[in-house]
Design a protein. Structure first.
Length: 27
């Protein structure tokens, strides 16, 4: 796995987690 795909995957996971938190899952 190269740097670009690693950053892309981290960004996608962060976006999903952010959406879950903003929807009231953790806050």
């Amino acid at each position: 796995m190269d740097i670009a795909s690693l950053i892309g995957m981290i960004g996608a996971v962060g976006m999903i987690v952010g959406a879950m938190i903003s929807n009231g899952g953790l806050g």
